[in-house]
Design a protein around this ligand. Structure first.
Ligand code: SF4
Length: 258
């Protein structure tokens, strides 16, 4: 809304028009038009949704999931998460004793020719692992200069109630770090959880084993053959509660049973 129109509305308010309500409605409309547009689902594995083979199968076969209308505040929570990542990455670039590694450069320097950079900003790199059809945005790679150790960096923001109880890496985030490790061949991950209320942080290190990485290869090869045979994978019994709670395919999964 232009200044001229806003001025007109304010004048009209004196005549009984509820400007605050109109402003709020127009703001929400703008949020939805900016951030609420769904992108078509790509037929690629995503580390953030690799917790469940059945959910991967549904996603890659374009199964009908729940399509709830997006709420403006939910769109803004997602955007706030992206903003927080840029802030964290900017801070890391100024940390003494640590180097924030350019992911594209890391791929080149380590001859990871199976990784294709498909997008890049100053702080984020979008990568496709052509071996396993995994597409991901990397939050970054950091190097501890003194020990010359490389770590995958994973930043997370969460509600105060979750953050206060946090004592380690969330079980819902573990599988995605296996994916990153599989693609980059880096064995260690630094997870940093930020409290959305006051920006306080908790940091945890996770070490990834060859077995952890193999579990992702097994999931992907099994899922690919299920797709080829048009067979819904068996429902896994170890999917973290939070993942099922927010799963778009909950109804379909119940329908398919075990
Ligand atoms: S509801 Fe749970 S088990 Fe079923 S597809 Fe979703 S994440 Fe997987």
């Amino acid at each position: 809304m232009g200044l001229k129109e806003l001025g007109k509305l304010i004048r009209e308010n004196k005549e009984g028009i509820d400007v605050a309500r109109i402003f709020s409605r127009d703001y929400d409309e703008a949020v939805l038009s900016l951030y609420g547009v769904s992108r078509p689902s790509s037929k690629k594995y995503k580390p953030s949704s690799i917790n469940c083979i059945r959910a991967c199968y549904y996603k890659l076969t374009d199964a009908e999931g729940k399509n709830n209308p997006k709420q403006p505040y939910v769109c803004e929570i997602c955007e706030a998460g992206s903003d927080a990542h840029i802030r964290m990455q900017t801070v890391i670039q100024h940390m003494k004793g640590w180097e924030f590694i350019d992911v594209a450069q890391y791929i080149k320097d380590n001859n990871l020719d199976y990784l294709k950079v498909t997008g890049k900003t100053d702080t984020e790199t979008k990568v496709l692992d052509t071996r396993y059809n995994i597409s991901f945005f990397s939050d970054g790679i950091v190097r501890h200069i003194k020990s010359n150790r490389y770590f995958i960096f994973e930043g997370k923001t969460e509600k105060q109630e979750y953050w206060i109880k946090r004592k380690g890496v969330d079980e819902a985030h573990v599988a995605q770090s296996y994916c990153y490790s599989l693609s980059t061949k880096i064995e260690d991950v630094i997870f940093m959880y930020e409290n959305r209320n006051d920006c306080k942080k908790k940091v945890f290190e996770l070490n990834i084993t060859p077995e952890n990485r193999s579990s992702i290869i097994t999931l992907i090869t099994t899922c690919d053959s299920c797709i080829n045979d048009s067979v819904v994978p068996v429902k896994p019994n170890n999917v973290p509660y939070k993942i099922c709670l927010f799963c778009d395919y909950k109804e379909l999964c119940e329908k398919h049973g075990k």
